[in-house]
Design a protein. Structure first.
Length: 161
């Protein structure tokens, strides 16, 4: 399923660690952008779902797009929803976007046989089968809970996350 919420688990840990130096919103934006290709390929019925966007150059390209789109979009949504937050700087947007795209290809490479994540450096996928799909989802949920608790603790301590 494209746009898997499990990918957000590692992002919540990064938010808990990074605080105002990491944007969970931009990270989430990069996750969605990564899987647009998968959604289109599913609709077309192609045998390979995880193509160019799930490679090193694809992660770089989507990370750049997410940096440029994620910062203004995230700031707009946060203002519109009146959610108090620190401003998102361009470096924070870039770190968050690229953390999103590169974590995405690593997580997907573990469970999707149609990936060549290190292309053009390698056409193989040595991460495939490192753990099962359910185990990976479980770890992402655990990381999500840990990250949520870390962000909540930061919020209580500082008055804002």
């Amino acid at each position: 399923m494209p746009f898997a919420p499990f990918h957000l688990g590692p992002g919540s840990v990064l938010k808990a660690i990074g605080g105002r130096h990491f944007s969970f919103m931009v990270f989430g934006d990069s996750q969605v952008l990564m899987d647009i290709e998968v959604l289109v390929r599913m609709d077309l019925g192609t045998p390979v779902l995880h193509g160019y966007t799930h490679t090193l150059p694809g992660a770089l390209a989507i990370g750049a797009i997410s940096t440029l789109s994620g910062k203004p979009l995230s700031e707009f949504v946060l203002r519109w929803r009146r959610i108090p937050c620190y401003p998102i700087s361009w470096p924070v947007a870039a770190i968050s976007a690229f953390a999103g795209t590169f974590s995405h290809i690593v997580l997907d490479a573990i469970v999707h046989a149609d990936m060549q994540p290190w292309w053009p450096l390698s056409t193989g996928n040595r991460l495939l089968g490192w753990m099962g799909y359910e185990e990976l989802q479980g770890w992402c949920v655990v990381l999500g809970i840990i990250g949520f608790l870390g962000v909540a603790a930061r919020f209580v301590r500082n008055g804002r996350a």
